[in-house]
Design a protein around this ligand. Structure first.
Ligand code: ZN
Length: 181
């Protein structure tokens, strides 16, 4: 259940506890579970450095300390779609930036302007194709993957059957999509 008073939605997203809540001496950092709407609202008003002294802010920006804190803060936004408020925060392993770019990529449009449905985008991922792929690239990748995963091509080994099935479904999806007409 969402921790926001009066909210009855499922609390699926972990957020840092309210300011003022303190961690146990060496216990885990305090947190609470929020629904998507409330984690977004929380996120929009989140100030990573709130309540820190200048020394603490500097300390938090050192790569190792920063990594721990950024990771903890980032878990709150797992499925929220706002750019991180702490986007200018040190991100030594590029974890936050990479995640954000992935999300933007999920929404990118084709250069030729042909529409892509959510199912089309999933299918492109299954086939490991870029969003601007054309029908020729689709056919080529499909035949490569069928050859790779087909039991007849693997001495009867059926271990790739699920993968093969997903490849076939993805191909069927894209073959009928306006983007590949
Ligand atoms: Zn809620």
């Amino acid at each position: 259940m969402c921790a926001e008073p009066g909210c009855t939605a499922a609390g699926e997203f972990r957020a840092p506890a309210r300011e003022g809540a303190s961690a146990g001496f060496d216990g885990p950092p305090p947190f609470r579970w929020l629904c998507l709407d409330h984690v977004r609202a929380f996120n929009a008003g989140y100030n990573f450095f709130a309540g820190m002294s200048p020394d603490e802010i500097q300390e938090a920006q050192r790569p190792i300390a920063g990594w721990e804190r950024a990771t903890r803060a980032f878990s709150a936004t797992a499925s929220a779609d706002q750019p991180p408020r702490w986007a200018d925060f040190a991100d030594p392993l590029d974890a936050i930036g990479a995640r954000f770019r992935d999300r933007m990529k999920d929404r990118a449009e084709r250069k030729d302007g042909r529409p892509l449905s959510g199912k089309d985008r999933e299918a492109l991922k299954v086939l490991d194709l870029t969003i601007d792929s054309d029908r020729t690239a689709l056919r080529k990748r499909y035949s490569e993957l069928v050859r790779r995963y087909h039991p007849d091509r693997n001495g009867g080994d059926r271990s790739h059957e699920t993968r093969l099935q997903r490849v076939i479904e993805a191909y069927q999806q894209l073959k009928g999509s306006p983007a590949f007409a």
